[in-house]
Write a protein that binds this ligand. Structure first.
Ligand SMILES: *[C@@H]1O[C@H](CO)[C@@H](O)[C@H](O)[C@H]1NC(C)=O
Ligand SMILES: *[C@@H]1O[C@H](CO)[C@@H](O)[C@H](O)[C@H]1NC(C)=O
Ligand SMILES: *[C@@H]1O[C@H](CO)[C@@H](O)[C@H](O)[C@H]1NC(C)=O
Ligand SMILES: *[C@@H]1O[C@H](CO)[C@@H](O)[C@H](O)[C@H]1NC(C)=O
Ligand SMILES: CC(=O)N[C@H]1CO[C@H](CO)[C@@H](O)[C@@H]1O
Length: 489
């Protein structure tokens, strides 16, 4: 696997270093250093950019090289930030595109913050090496996702500055992609740490009950407090977002196409006993590490989508009747680089349909489709009802991604769980226990390090026997932490 490829590369580098150290006392930027840099850069997605940014580097230590390229990435990202800020203020754009620029702006600020945090993690010696690298990997994966989201938004924009802006975004983020790729060449420390971390407020305000409004149009669950917040297109971001016993809903009907009820791009986000209700694109699990427990999530097409590392446990995943002629798809995971440790894991969930969809004999229903080529989604020990098509999964566009995606199923039950008729794509896997173990709370979202501090229950293994059943019950309380947005279009 790529880990071994990188170990071999690393050992090769060590040998080269030893050879060059014993042969001569070479000055920096000697032909040997140069060819080493070339060798390291060859494994990155943008070798030329990598080579240019390391040209002046005197180091042949992979850690120092990563730090150097991260510094270059930060300086390029900061330049882009000021361009985006100027664009936001002075760009002659029509109102409809303002939201896009603002979103790019916000996402890019998160990127700059993530890059800075990555540099701090890599340059401070305190935390355990394993934890450090996993964190940096999560930060950089989120940063690269931010680029994609911004460029997707800009697709519909126009104006004289657009080519310049798009060009600058692409150029700046090449450095970020390279850092993420270089990170996987850094040898991980042998022993993992299970250090506990507390999710702390990083400056966002708490929303209290008075900020919520009961929504009379919502009659499925009388017990939920509906939260209706801004409608300006912003989303949940900032570290440590917690939500409990709340409903998020987009009232736009199926005819409104994409209408996100909740977008979460917050690291260490945990959502407990919530209802997230919409049609197409209901829940945007955008980036970073997220956890959902005992939630009901409704939708029609791609209704759980995005590129976070996210685990859903004991959730009801409920497909509803789409527009005539449409099919339903639960997930559209959008991992777009093999370096991203992201994916959607449904564990111990129930995949069911609303009654009108169950009654329909014409609508086809699927578990997922690949929004991006490295799409990763798994269903583990879940109940899958018979409305799901025997093929299980459906293409996005031709055979794009069918051999690079990873779709897995392990020990599911129910009439729709039979894997005999499933798609025969190279990327589809009937997993064994060990493969499935890659998608647990501890492996996918390092949950054992932060979920205890949320007081929400979770299972850290595939079997529920070792579950963490001890959590404080906070009767009648709910919090939200971060800023919630309830998008209604
Ligand atoms: C990140 O670091 C750069 C350069 O050190 C600094 O200018 C910027 O203010 C920092 N931004 C954030 C969000 O931490
Ligand atoms: C987390 O919070 C607990 C209780 O407030 C405290 O004892 C512990 O030291 C904190 N852990 C970290 C890593 O900050
Ligand atoms: C579904 O079909 C059953 C049995 O035919 C019927 O009683 C029920 O009203 C139908 N439900 C909906 C929502 O169409
Ligand atoms: C699962 O993890 C093992 C190492 O623990 C790794 O070799 C394997 O490639 C992983 N599989 C997936 C699908 O990530
Ligand atoms: C859908 C499903 O498999 N639910 C199970 C989740 O785990 C609990 C506790 O082990 C079971 O009781 C549920 O049946």
């Amino acid at each position: 696997m790529s880990f071994y490829k990188h170990m071999i590369l690393f050992h090769f580098l060590l040998i080269l270093i030893l050879v060059s150290a014993t042969s001569t006392n070479e000055a920096p930027s000697s032909p040997t250093t140069t060819s080493l840099t070339r060798l390291i850069c060859r494994s990155t997605p943008y070798p030329d950019v990598c080579f240019d940014s390391l040209k002046l580097s005197v180091s042949i230590d992979i850690n120092a090289i990563l730090i150097q390229s991260l510094k270059v990435a930060i300086s390029e990202a900061v330049k882009l930030l000021s361009l985006l800020l100027n664009t936001d203020h002075g760009f002659n754009i029509i109102e409809k595109q303002k939201g896009t620029i603002q979103d790019c702006n916000q996402l890019h600020q998160i990127t700059v913050h993530s890059l800075n945090k990555s540099l701090i993690r890599l340059t401070t010696a305190s935390a355990s090496d394993t934890l450090k690298l996993v964190d940096v990997s999560a930060f950089l994966a989120a940063a690269v996702t931010n680029k994609n989201t911004c460029l997707e938004g800009l697709q519909s924009a126009s104006g004289p500055l657009k080519p310049l802006l798009v060009g600058n975004i692409i150029a700046a983020y090449k450095h970020v992609s390279n850092c993420l790729s270089l990170l996987s060449t850094v040898p991980a420390a042998a022993s993992g740490s299970t250090q506990q971390r507390n999710v702390t407020n990083t400056g966002m305000a708490w929303l209290s009950r008075k900020d919520s409004h009961d929504d009379s149009d919502y009659d499925d669950e009388d017990d939920y407090n509906m939260l209706t917040v801004a409608t300006d297109g912003s989303a949940v971001s900032g570290e440590g977002f917690l939500a409990r016993d709340i409903g998020f809903q987009n009232l736009a009907g199926p005819e409104k196409h994409q209408a996100v009820a909740l977008r979460v791009n917050a690291d260490f986000a945990a959502v407990y006993r919530c209802t997230i209700n919409g049609y197409q694109d209901t829940l945007y699990v955008h980036s970073f590490r997220q956890f959902y427990r005992e939630c009901d999530i409704y939708g029609t097409i791609d209704y759980i989508f995005g590129n976070a590392a996210v685990v859903f446990q004991e959730c009801n995943i409920i497909s509803r009747l789409p527009m005539p002629g449409q099919f339903t798809v639960i997930s559209a995971q959008s991992r777009h680089s093999p370096d991203q440790q992201t994916g959607i894991s449904f564990q111990n969930c129930s995949v069911i349909a609303t009654e009108d969809l169950s009654n329909s004999t014409t609508v086809k229903n699927y578990l997922g489709r690949p929004w991006k080529p490295y799409s990763r989604t798994v269903f583990i020990k879940s109940y899958i009802d018979d409305f799901i098509d025997p093929e299980g999964w459906v293409q996005w566009s031709g055979d794009e991604g069918l051999d690079t995606l990873y779709y897995g199923e392990y020990a599911n039950v129910g009439p729709g769980s039979n894997v005999d008729g499933r798609v025969t794509w190279p990327g589809h896997h009937v997993m064994d226990y060990y493969e499935a173990s890659n998608f647990t709370v501890s492996e996918l979202i390092t949950g054992q390090e932060w979920l205890d501090s949320t007081s929400f229950p979770y299972d850290d293994k595939i079997t529920s026997s070792n579950s963490n059943k001890y959590f404080q019950v906070l009767f009648g309380m709910f919090w939200t932490f971060g800023c919630i947005n309830f998008v209604q279009t």
